[in-house]
Write a protein that binds this ligand. Sequence first.
Ligand SMILES: [Zn+2]
Length: 492
Amino acid sequence: MSYQVIARKWRPKTFEDVVGQDHVVKTMRNAIEQNRLAQAYLLCGPRGTGKTTLARIFAKALNCEKGPTIHPCCECNNCKEIDAGNSLDVVEIDGASNNKVEDVHQKILETVNFAPVTGKFKIYYIDEVHMLTNQAFNALLKTIEEPPAHARFIFATTEADKVIGTIVSRCQRFDLRRIAVPEISGQLRKISDAEGITIDDDAIFALARGADGGMRDAESALDQIISYTGSNITEQDVLGVFGLVSREAIEGIAEAVLTSDIPRIINLIATLDGSGKDLRRLTAELIAHFRNILIYIQMGGYDPSLNLTDAQIETLKKQAALTNTAAVLSVTENLIELDGKLRLSLSPRILLETALIRSAKSASVVDLEKILKKLTSLKLELGGGDAATTASPVRQSIASTTPPLATVAQSAPAALKPQTPATPSYSAPAAAPQRNDFYQQQRPIIEEQPKQEKSQLDDLESDIALRKRVEKNPLVQEVLSKFGGAIRGVKK
Ligand SMILES: [Zn+2]
């Protein structure tokens, strides 16, 4: 038997073999099982996602000698002919090269009324149906709406919005999705093992990433790499042949962004650009990587739906610890904006560098949420969160150094009496140390105020004590040195 390319050899033969299009498969199977066949189906989706494959499986399901069945045997003559693309009852038409009204007449309208030869149905499959001219579409309309009982139509297109509305409204429409990287990886692994090819996980991952959601592209790439390197394939082989960036390089850039290591960012981009890597693809992969980090943070750990290798999970864990939600969101937004601009740009490297440097800057901003949490926990530790019932040691020590009430109260000027301190907080004015002195003077007067004000006083005491503790805390000192003392009320 002559050599057959992987994509053809491994083309799914039954509904069970189809990868990544469960929603379409399920509906088609139900339609067959419940005998609710539409007269026309429209399959929309990017190239290589399984449109022709699904059409053929559907045709086999209808025309198998044991059919209609959701498990076509793939052994009978009808099944074999359909698999080989030469069944007389399944007419495959390329819409791009048969787009004129005469073609529609000759290939469809003149034959549709004849009964099928061996099967139960006559199935017309038109690929790239959006290429048909308006006249050709119009010639088809009536037949699609009221076809003979034995006729069924399947249309496929990569550009659904170019198919005229009158056709779409007469079809049951299926949108095939791009196939996810883990699903493609799984299929490539299966094929490699069966074909006796040694290939490492990173190489498979690189092939799957490069295929951009198309199984056929991934399989063709595998074919190509086998022709190039033989049956022992590493990640470097794949990256070299397809101009892809290694996983390590992507993770390296991400780490440089998260640690604000700008010289490293510039060096990495220079190296990648110098070796002719596709910077747009790199951007897309960076977005995917930061999305993984975001999910890791949000889920509080690795989520199996990410489907990553052990090495990747390890990196994810390390990088998630370096950052927080706000920073990753900001980086991702920068990159998505960049992705839009790269399409039109003649200098992608400059755009990429600027976006990454901007991201690095924004990633290094300290997370306010974290600081607030830390402060709250410190406050609770000190009993400041429950000032009315607990007496912290600091508060007691302040009380013991205060002069006896009576003496100070007599000597205090009357005008000062109403000057009850405002409710304390950490955003109090910068003159905090003075306020401390002021408080020391005023305390006796305040003590004479009603009980409500006394609780304010308690708050203030714990405020001062807490502030002292906070100032000494290494985390806060680090924050202050970064911000140059930007938190008001806490001295540098
Ligand atoms: Zn069969």
